[in-house]
Design a protein around this ligand. Sequence first.
Ligand SMILES: [Zn+2]
Length: 577
Amino acid sequence: MAAARSSTRRSVAWTSSSKSSPPKGAKSKAVKSKVTPAKGAKSNVAKSKASPAKTAKSKAVKSKVAKSPPKPAKTVKSKAAKSKVALPAEVNDRSVSGAAVVGLPTVRRPRQVIPQALMERLISIGMAGGADFAEVYAEHVTTTALVLDEGVVRSANVNESAGVGVRVVKGVQVGYAYSDDLEPATLLRTAQTAALVARGTGEPPPVQVSRRALPEHYRINDSASDVSLARKLEMLRRADAAARACDARIRQVSASWVDSSKSVNVASSRGHYAEDLQEMCRINVGTVAFGEGGERRTGSYGGGGRVPFGHFESFRPEAVAAESARQAVSMLGAVEAPAGPSTVVLAPGWSGVLLHEAVGHGLEADFIRKGTSLFAGKLGEKVASELVTVIDDGTVAQGRGSLNMDDEGNPAQRKVLIENGILKGYLYDDLNARLMGAQTTGSGRRESFRHAPLPRMTNTFLAPGQHDPGEIVRSVSKGLYAANFGGGQVDITNGNFVFEVSEAYLIEDGRITRPVRGATLIGVGPVALRNVSMVGNDPRHDPGLGTCGKDGQSVPVGVGLPTVRIDDITVGGTRMG
Ligand SMILES: [Zn+2]
């Protein structure tokens, strides 16, 4: 067996600062461990977006709605030595874009992060104390993140990180330990730490794993990871110029780019080995429109997914910028939101975030097993209007939430969770499925090797209905049209949700009229589901910009919805109406 590579961590941070600072302290080699009972029942999803601009109002942190500039996945914020260097002047210069190195169109393969024989040895150590199950998760990630703020490169980061997590399960006890040092001796200690949960003594049993075949939902032969920083920066400059050209009132623009390439290897005591290469990229444009009397309105739009770089030839930076600018300008002159019960029409696409919060989290098996979700014990019961069919589908081609395999090495699935209003199923990871006598649905996900997996959503959407979207709007004499959401959160235990509607309009006599500001939607998940009275025939996925947070772990997700009418939902606003 060849020795494992020594740590491959590298980290370079470019900033527009001209100051150069030396790498920070030596890397830590400590093995970290924790026992992971799933805790709080709160969760949230946030649209990942560029910070619109400096003057944009900052949201209360306690709403858990992340509106920070896109940052490299948290996995790269390891204690890896970081060096900051001044941004080379030429990167800030349009002239270098022609010097971009164009990679040959090759399909990339996942890396073997540590040798398979070492993974088998770690599983064996994990099982030595009489555990029920042991698993090794190894990950290697490279991330590139660029922010162009007011036409100036504010930051350009290229990060690389790798690590291994070992999980040992005995009954309901979970031992989890991880290391970002890939030296075999360190990893053996990591496995011994995780195995402490079993507390037994015994000889490590022989373990052999064999490769598991997986489907492919995102074969990428034109990876953003192979594209030069200069070409990505050029896209941001095009977006910046396009946003300003849209309307003279757009006077602040922030554009950002993030791409990542993650190799995942998973092996377990069941004898499976599975690996996947998970690539992701996204562009975002934040804008601020200035109106009369110091009025300022923000817009934000973007998207991507597990897509090739060529995706941005059709999902063009100019179009992204124009949509962001349209949102900001549309909200100028907005009236205060009328508060109180109202009929609400949800615009198609990103409004699916409501479904994700109001329903999706409550169907995750950890909350079900502990009885903390109000959907627990309701399989086969009517929990929504018969117009409501909710699907979580990890197999959507190139979706932001799509997975060939989950982070336990199981193939992602298409799950019908609610069918015509009847509760049909839950989202299971392997551990909760086993404890509940069910089968995993390929829903075990984790933010990085530092975390044990949890049952999570992938791409969650509402199936289309019969109504024409125009007909739905015409059916409302007085109500609110929710065109765009900032983000929101739900309390799983009672289903209470709150959503910030970032772009909303009054509906008056069947027509969309004046923009309103400061609107929130407040409700209880199952009640809102029962109050769905019309579902459009215009299904739409969001453009690829959602990040879901749960127990401190962020994972990319997709959402989707056709135009939907919900009766009697509470609008929180600033004006009684
Ligand atoms: Zn979420």
